[in-house]
Design a protein around this ligand. Structure first.
Ligand SMILES: Cc1cc2nc3c(=O)[nH]c(=O)nc-3n(C[C@H](O)[C@H](O)[C@H](O)COP(=O)(O)OP(=O)(O)OC[C@H]3O[C@@H](n4cnc5c(N)ncnc54)[C@H](O)[C@@H]3O)c2cc1C
Length: 304
């Protein structure tokens, strides 16, 4: 994460900034660019539209770091609703979940039970469950819970972060489990002791892991980036790949490039976040690009 991003993440954690973004029309307008809507109906509408254009989806119910049992169970119920909607609407897609939303930070057993329930339900409709990778304090538990669920159900996938020094070792454990492995750069503030700090180092690590995944058998590499240099490298490696693979991109980020890739015949999945708990997600998107902040400031000044 760049110095700029670190400043933005720190600023967005300030209470006044939170209030300005969540409680003003311009703040919500910025969120609309990256979030499909407040509820499942809105997400299903966006998914249908993306499917019509040839893009698969991954539905992400926003919310993370849930701290009580009732909220964690409610999130799991809402994910079951999302799976059922994928089945009933015939959406080409799956769900993407955060284990802290299912209670990981206070009750690992509860998160494991809910993950098991979601994988079983997704299996019933022939779908899959992707597990997001969160801040590093949860990496060990996330890999463990993923491994346990994947061994039973076989229809899961996990995200790995190129910026973490540990990721090559994690992949040695994860690749033999099959499933889909989403490779991303990593979106959290992590210290130099465990994560690469410069864009060049993260990009180089991404390229090494990309090659490893695209040459591996038995897994579905899901390459999650909007970085054209890394996308070009993915397309080159895809020419040599016989097994399944896909590109993944975020709803609202470089939509023109998303269309170009799918129109050229490449498999592309769009990560579609929805729900009212969008603030933490939005701060990560703002931090990734100075222009997003300019957009927000212009909106605040009524010049959207
Ligand atoms: C499908 C998907 C799932 C993800 N899941 C996770 C996860 O589970 N855990 C995790 O830590 N991270 C996750 N991420 C986020 C990821 O780690 C990066 O923070 C994010 O993708 C930006 O990195 P980039 O590879 O696009 O490269 P960057 O170098 O950040 O961006 C390359 C170019 O893409 C464009 N771009 C990138 N981001 C934005 C933006 N927000 N707004 C406008 N333009 C932008 C810009 O033109 C930029 O120059 C996910 C990303 C994707 C695409």
């Amino acid at each position: 994460m760049s110095a700029f991003s670190k400043v933005v993440v720190a600023a967005t954690q300030h209470r006044l900034v939170t209030k300005t973004v969540t409680e003003t029309t311009p703040g919500r307008a910025v969120a609309e660019r990256f979030v499909a809507g407040d509820d499942l109906d809105a997400a299903a509408g966006v998914a249908a539209d993306l499917n019509r254009r040839g893009l698969a989806v991954s539905l992400d119910l926003l919310g993370e770091e849930v701290h009580d049992r009732a909220s964690a169970l409610s999130a799991a119920d809402r994910y079951v609703d999302s799976i059922d909607r994928i089945g009933s609407d015939g959406i080409a897609g799956n769900i993407s979940i955060k284990l802290t939303q299912l209670g990981l930070s206070f009750d690992r057993g509860l998160a494991a039970e809910s993950l098991d329930r979601l994988a079983a339900r997704a299996g019933e409709i022939g779908s899959t469950v992707s597990v997001d990778m969160e801040a590093s304090e949860f990496t060990d538990a996330t890999v463990d819970l993923y491994e346990a669920a994947q061994r039973v159900h076989g229809n899961l996938g996990l995200c790995v972060q190129a910026y973490l020094h540990r990721t090559p070792e994690d992949l040695e454990r994860l690749i033999p489990l099959g499933g889909h492995i989403r490779l991303c750069k990593g979106a959290y503030l992590e210290p130099a002791s465990i994560a690469f700090q410069t864009d060049d180092d993260v990009d180089a690590a991404f390229a090494r892991l990309l090659e490893l995944l695209m040459l591996a058998d038995g897994v579905t590499p899901a390459i999650a980036t909007h970085d054209t240099r890394l996308i070009d490298l993915t397309l080159k490696l895809a020419d040599r790949r016989s097994g399944p693979w896909e590109m993944q991109m975020l709803y609202g980020v470089r939509p023109g490039l998303q269309s170009e890739l799918v129109d050229a015949g490449n498999p592309v999945r769009i990560y579609v976040p929805f729900g009212s708990e969008w603030y933490a997600y939005l701060t990560r998107r703002l931090a990734e690009r100075p222009a997003n902040l300019t957009f927000f400031v212009r909106a605040l000044m009524g010049r959207r």
